[in-house]
Design a protein around this ligand. Structure first.
Ligand code: SME
Length: 166
């Protein structure tokens, strides 16, 4: 575990330590599957009250499940649908305090209550999303948006994306 300060739970240094740990994992490796798998594992391991962390990648008109940690999840999400599809279509971070009150939310896990989705962009195009779920309503805050968006920027620069497809 990262022994440093944290997000909400552990103090303000949490994301600094997470970014350092992520950069160390990416060091010397540019494979998209390897680096997205390790990023999902690191974030899931280090963040409290997160029930699922992982990737969906754009495949034409759909998002398709990629490396993740947590229970088995929905495999295909139409682009523009659900929290993930809406974030992918807009290219903007989507933070949902209560997924039960979010029109179009796709419930892979009936216990999921809050969600944070960060689009992944390569050469100006959205190629996928990084998605986090929690069983706790309102789990994610603006500080998580900022901290995890930096993780996604590190990933975007640490991978050779084949034809914009991982
Ligand atoms: N809830 C998401 C689907 C993906 S899972 O949470 C892993 C959505 O509405 O897009």
């Amino acid at each position: 575990m990262i022994h440093s300060a944290s997000n909400i739970d552990q103090g303000p240094g949490f994301y600094v330590a997470l970014h350092r740990a992520l950069a160390a994992l990416f060091e010397g490796e540019r494979d998209p599957i390897a680096n997205t798998a390790n990023m999902a594992a690191l974030v899931f391991q280090e963040m409290e009250r997160v029930s699922w962390a992982g990737f969906y990648f754009r495949r034409g008109a759909e998002l398709v499940l990629g490396p993740f940690q947590g229970p088995p999840a929905c495999i295909r999400i139409p682009f523009g649908e659900g929290v993930c599809g809406q974030a992918a279509r807009s290219g903007k971070i989507l933070r949902v305090e209560d997924v039960q009150a979010f029109p179009g939310h796709i419930a892979c896990d009936p216990r999921a209550r809050s969600e944070l989705v960060i689009p992944l962009s390569v050469a100006g195009s959205v190629v996928g999303v990084f998605d986090l779920d929690s069983h706790v309503p309102g789990r994610f805050h603006e500080s998580d948006e900022d901290g995890l968006a930096t993780c996604v920027r590190l990933l975007e620069g640490a991978v050779d994306w084949p034809e914009s497809r991982p």
